[in-house]
Ligand binder design. Structure first.
Ligand code: KG4
Ligand code: ZN
Length: 332
């Protein structure tokens, strides 16, 4: 099945054509990052208005890149949530309108499920179940046990900042450009080490939860002491985040007997995280290439493709949702 997918949950307008939830014929992403950089963060109204400007041109480009027209599309998918409501509405309604106009099946996909399904877009054999999923993005840090398609058990997640949010806030504390994640990673990768700086790790023993706000405060105090260089602080911070994520994942893989680890979300683009997860895990760790880790429509087409193949359809009078609620992932 050839699916046209649209993603507009935050600050990227994206459209893709995906076949059978496995092959992306195109994946166009119009980033608003320069627009929001002036404000040091995503401004919701600016984001939704920009989606309005971009959504149709991005869809046209995705169809052209895939070498097809709407006549070749067999179903339409849109990101239903979680995300910024005003942003979601633009892509979601565009997807519904195309489905309605062409009389095609429609599916509203969960953004987090989309991040996980980016792993199905990588060439080679499909991921094996049961899988332990680590979702690390700007808005989410979740550990989810996946027993089969659409079967999720949320094991835990962050109690305060998401991993990407912590990277972004630390980037700001260090005076680095927006978005902070890639900027902090660049500084850390260029550093020779932490110069002896040790930053705290919140282990939250006995839980699958995370907390990054104490680490962020420790970075603030370190900056105020004015003793360590920006690269050294970035290095120590990145090591602290990666250590906690990789330690919890490798322990859980053993406890749960997972066949594979699936990593998802923008922070999965982090080189040190990729390296450390692979080094410590006793089972294969799948991480999509960076372009499929950050927000994109191909991942939505992959998640939707699997649901559509099972016969699922969404009604055209369905609302978007903004909160992170795993119990709603498969809700119809
Ligand atoms: O998944 P995503 O594109 O958007 C959300 O759904 O949140 O993730 C964006 C997040 C941002 O916080 C960004 O700073 C972070 O991913 N990020 C990184 C890296 N690349 C993107 N964080 C650390 N290292 C990176 N290389
Ligand atoms: Zn995302």
């Amino acid at each position: 099945m050839r699916v046209l997918a649209i993603e507009s949950s935050c600050d990227e307008t994206s459209a893709a054509v995906v076949v059978d939830g496995r092959v992306a014929l195109s994946n166009v992403v119009a980033s608003q990052v320069d627009l929001h950089a002036t404000y040091g963060g995503v401004v919701p109204e600016v984001a939704s208005r920009q989606h309005l400007l971009k959504v149709i041109p991005v869809i046209q480009e995705a169809l052209a890149d895939a070498g097809c027209t709407l006549d070749d599309i067999e179903a339409v998918a849109g990101t239903r949530g979680p995300g910024l409501a005003g942003s979601l509405l633009v892509g979601y309604n565009a997807a519904k309108a195309i489905a309605y106009g062409r009389g095609l099946p429609f599916l509203g996909a969960n953004h987090l499920e989309g991040h996980i399904y980016a792993n199905w877009l990588v060439e080679g054999p499909a991921p094996r179940f049961p899988a332990l999923c680590l979702i690390v993005s700007g808005g989410h840090t979740d550990l989810v046990f996946m027993r089969g398609h659409g079967q999720y058990e949320r094991l835990g997640g962050t109690r305060d900042d998401a991993a990407g949010e912590a990277f972004d806030k630390v980037g700001r504390l260090l005076g680095l450009p927006f978005p902070g994640g890639p900027a902090v990673a660049r500084e850390a990768d260029a550093a020779t080490g932490a110069d002896g700086l040790e930053l705290p790790r919140a282990w939250l023993h006995g839980t699958c939860d995370f907390s990054f706000s104490g680490l962020k405060t420790a970075v603030l105090h370190t900056v105020q002491r004015n003793k360590y260089s920006v690269p050294a602080i970035a290095f120590a911070f990145q090591e602290a985040v990666v250590d906690v994520l990789a330690t919890k994942v490798s322990r859980l893989v053993r406890e749960l007997g997972a066949a594979e680890v699936l990593v998802a979300g923008g922070v999965a683009a982090n080189r040190r995280l990729r390296e450390e997860l692979r080094r410590r895990s006793p089972v294969p760790v799948r991480i999509p290439p960076p372009k499929l880790c950050t927000d994109n429509a191909a991942m939505i087409g992959a998640a939707a493709g699997h649901r559509l193949a099972l016969g699922e359809r969404s009604p055209l009078d369905e609302d978007v949702f903004s909160t992170n609620d795993w119990s709603r992932v498969g809700e119809r």
